[in-house]
Design a protein around this ligand. Structure first.
Ligand code: ZN
Length: 286
């Protein structure tokens, strides 16, 4: 049988509108206003990409990788995620040879990009890294006033007797004196679920991914170096330089489960196509 449709009168609609407004005003509906800025923190040109795949598929193939930094502005503070190759590289217009066959170039300084947003390095409240490889820690020394959010496993590895390759304590020396929040596993940066650090080890012992829940763009996953390119994600390639193969594959499974469940936008920082697809600085994603 068919029920008669209820008549929508002012008497029935008004309380519903008031309820919706109350929920909205209370913050139950509106997520916090968060902005994601992608900053240009350099570029890597490699003669041979073999280190990024232990199956041999990339042997002898050259490649170019973007090196971004990410700035997240949240009502409770500003988080800088990764600090790039380092502004000192910008003083060499042709770039510098970081290792045999690996050239790093910085076109525009991080400090100048912050300035364009009205920020000084001392205005950054929180500093965190996907991991401590030197293409992610270059400018870390500028942020001694920030609270450093550090994954204990990464810290222990880097300060241990046999630090992972490509890690150096020189760029991150300020960790000793900076205010610190040491984390073990996942962490909710602002306490409201909108910006979460997810431990996904394998590339390094404390490698991590950043998950953002943005009001319009939805869930965004900054993959760190879990994947170095879209192709590496598609074929689940494990880089030769990773510290743990089994951990890497487990992290990939976890990452993909979250990406699928959240219908997330995945950003692979080292793939120039993923960076080009984001709003061009000083525009932002929200
Ligand atoms: Zn990297």
């Amino acid at each position: 049988m068919k029920f008669p449709a209820p008549r929508r009168t002012a008497r029935t609609i008004l309380p519903l509108l008031l309820l919706a407004f109350a929920a909205f005003a209370h913050g139950a509906v509106a997520p916090p206003a968060i902005r994601l800025y992608v900053l240009d923190c350099g570029r890597l040109d490699l003669r041979d990409m073999r280190m990024f795949d232990d199956s041999g598929a990339l042997d002898g193939k050259p490649g170019t990788m973007s090196v971004p930094c990410f700035l997240i502005r949240h009502p409770k503070g500003t988080l800088l995620w990764d600090t790039g190759l380092g502004d000192a590289v910008a003083d060499h217009p042709g770039g510098i040879e970081l290792a045999p066959g690996i050239r790093g170039t910085v076109r525009v300084k991080l400090v100048d990009q912050l300035k364009a947003l009205g920020l000084k390095p001392a205005d950054i409240d929180y500093l965190a890294f996907s991991h401590w490889h030197e293409d992610h820690t270059g400018n870390a020394r500028l942020f001694g006033k920030a609270t450093w959010i550090l994954q204990r496993k990464e810290l222990d590895a880097a300060t241990g007797h046999a630090p992972p390759p490509f890690e150096s304590l020189a760029p991150v020396a300020a960790w000793r004196t900076a205010r610190k929040r040491i984390i073990d596993g996942d962490a909710d940066v602002f306490g409201d679920g909108s910006v979460r650090i997810l431990l996904m080890p394998g590339h390094t012992p404390g490698h991590q991914v950043l998950e953002l829940r943005l009001p319009h763009a939805g869930t965004v996953l900054l993959a760190g170096d879990l994947y170095h390119s879209r192709g590496n994600r598609e074929f689940r390639r494990v880089p030769r330089v990773n510290t743990d193969r089994a951990q890497t594959l487990a992290s990939m499974r976890r990452f993909e489960a979250i990406a699928a469940r959240e219908h997330a936008r995945v950003v692979i920082p080292h793939d120039p196509r993923d960076i080009a697809a984001l709003p061009r600085f000083p525009a932002w994603l929200d």
